[in-house]
Design a protein around this ligand. Structure first.
Ligand SMILES: Nc1ncnc2c1ncn2[C@@H]1O[C@H](COP(=O)(O)OP(=O)(O)OP(=O)(O)O)[C@@H](O)[C@H]1O
Ligand SMILES: [Mg+2]
Length: 496
């Protein structure tokens, strides 16, 4: 039903897609894979008229097309759910669902609110979401917002739905629900273009995989006729070896001691210690209170009770500024709203937490700033054609590397990482793991929050498990299994 052929696209002379092809059959779920910056999102933006193509042809149901806007693509039957969600938090759920297609009373402009709400309720229920559609969209979890976006796509009778990393922020339960929805729609003949870095998911739900590398088409495979290793090889251009690099852990003195830390109702009476050179993972389901704990540790949200010691001394951390002063760094989970200033350049974003070392007498040194950028670009393999590009024009995974760079520059002694590899490709994941190991070997204590259990098991020395605001287990990572962690994460007893 869809053919893209010979697609080429450059931004300011920098070619990001070169002679790429892609095709889609009715009712098919077709994955688009490739490293961060390979051109996946751009390819979809070319298809849906966000960016004009420089060369090539797009054929939709036998006719050559060139959509001028996503609205035009949607009217033709191609809807897109972007990597960054487009929910307006202060409008109601129903208003979000009907955005741009509101029903009004004649020409008066008065919204038929009740009618839209009734219809929204029914459409969301069909997708397994039973909620009050008059509530503000801000009250929804990210997963629920995703369902609202799908409902919106379906309300335009889409025959193709493009999903750009739909599961990056979803809980396991939400992913299951999403897959149920996707499969049911597939049975009705709806086709999907599915972009994700999660190999397990791709193999669970897709029919075919098209792989891009550096803006070029590498190949297309049927799921039944390929495997993880082959796809990784196609994406990266070489075999990657072990997913997790080896590390010889030598632990030093206890550097961080947390006792009785509480912030009702998010978490209660949390106590743990971390040693120099140790990697401790905080595991648990979404909403278990993990992010809230590290936010309090970092002085961003005030704890209501509890003590924190660093290097054996009691400390009061009231603001992130205090925290940085005590050698803490915090890579936040939500890069778009907390980690980056999107309109600032890549270089400026990296500088943000490094003013003291980059300036003298209150003046920034452009030379030092560029040197820091160069160091981080080299170290993390950040893909950008210039340090002066606004950070929002980088691919999702490369934005994540910028957030990480911003904090590595401060030489922290305690590094907190909240979902550090979300949206990051296999190769870059391994780079991030190597950096974590290197830092640990230098004595940095690392507290990592991760929802990906293979990553927890692959990286942590010790695993702290949270359930509903309580620490339910502290486990040495020896013969530890995903099942054991899940058991404590879902309320199956305690071992502290
Ligand atoms: N508006 C833009 N201006 C300049 N460069 C851009 C723009 N949009 C994308 N690029 C560049 O195009 C390349 C491809 O980016 P794209 O977002 O398509 O990657 P991706 O495959 O979706 O990666 P990820 O997995 O990280 O999301 C990147 O190098 C990116 O910096
Ligand atoms: Mg992308």
């Amino acid at each position: 039903m869809l053919h893209m052929k010979g697609i080429t696209k450059a931004f300011n002379g920098n070619t990001v897609l070169r002679d790429v092809e892609f095709d889609l059959e009715p009712g098919e779920i077709h994955a688009l894979m490739g490293e961060n910056g390979a051109g996946k999102s751009t390819m979809m933006k070319v298809l849906t008229g966000i960016h004009p193509k420089d060369e090539g042809a797009i054929t939709w149901k036998g006719q050559e097309v060139a959509f001028k806007s996503p609205q035009e693509a949607e009217e033709a039957g191609i809807a897109v759910i972007h990597q960054e969600l487009n929910i307006l938090p202060y409008l109601s759920i129903a208003e979000n669902l009907f955005l741009g297609k509101e029903e009004t009373l004649g020409k008066t402009g008065i919204l038929k609110t009740k009618k839209m709400e009734t219809e929204a309720k029914q459409r969301l229920a069909e997708l397994g979401l039973n909620i009050d559609p008059s509530a503000e969209a801000a009250t929804l979890s990210v997963g629920q917002q995703q369902i609202v976006e799908i409902a919106r796509a379906l309300s335009s009778n889409a025959e193709v739905i493009i999903m750009d990393e739909p599961t990056a922020a979803l809980t396991d339960r939400e992913i299951e629900q999403l897959f149920k929805t996707v499969r049911a729609l597939k049975d009705k003949g709806v086709a999907f273009i599915y972009i994700s870095h999660r190999m397990e998911e791709i193999f669970a739900i897709c029919d075919r995989i098209t792989v891009l590398r550096d803006g070029q088409w590498v190949g297309v495979k049927r799921i039944a006729e390929t495997n993880f290793d082959e796809i990784v090889q196609m994406m990266v251009g070489r075999a990657l070896g072990d997913r997790f690099p080896e590390r010889a852990a030598t632990l030093g003195d206890t550097i961080l001691e947390v006792s009785g830390l509480t912030r009702d109702p998010y978490f209660r009476d949390v106590s743990f210690e971390v040693k120099q050179g140790e990697i401790v993972a905080l595991a648990g389901l979404m909403g278990a209170g993990r992010t809230e704990i590290v936010q309090s540790l970092f002085g961003y949200k005030k704890a209501t009770a509890g003590k924190v010691k660093i290097n054996g001394k009691s400390v009061k951390i009231r603001t992130p500024h205090d925290a940085i002063g005590h050698g803490l760094a915090y890579v936040t989970e939500d890069r778009k709203s907390e980690g980056l200033i999107l309109d600032f350049s890549v270089e400026q974003n990296i500088s943000l937490s490094n003013f003291p070392t980059l300036s003298s007498n209150g003046l920034m040194s452009a030379k030092k700033e560029r040197a820091l950028f160069d160091r981080m670009k080299e170290r993390l393999g950040i893909r950008t054609s210039s340090p002066e590009l606004p950070v929002k024009s980088l691919s999702g995974g490369n934005q994540q590397k910028v957030v990480l760079s911003k904090w590595l520059g401060t030489n922290p002694s305690i590094l907190i990482l909240d979902e550090p590899t979300r949206g990051v490709d296999v190769g870059a994941k391994k780079e991030i793991y190597s950096i974590m190991n290197e830092l640990a070997e230098k004595g940095v204590a690392i507290v990592m929050i991760s929802s990906e259990l293979p990553e927890v098991l692959g990286m942590a020395d010790r695993v702290l498990v949270m359930h509903e605001g309580k620490l339910t287990a502290q486990l040495d990572n020896k013969d530890l299994t995903q099942e054991t962690i899940m058991n404590y994460a879902t309320g199956g007893g305690t071992r502290v």
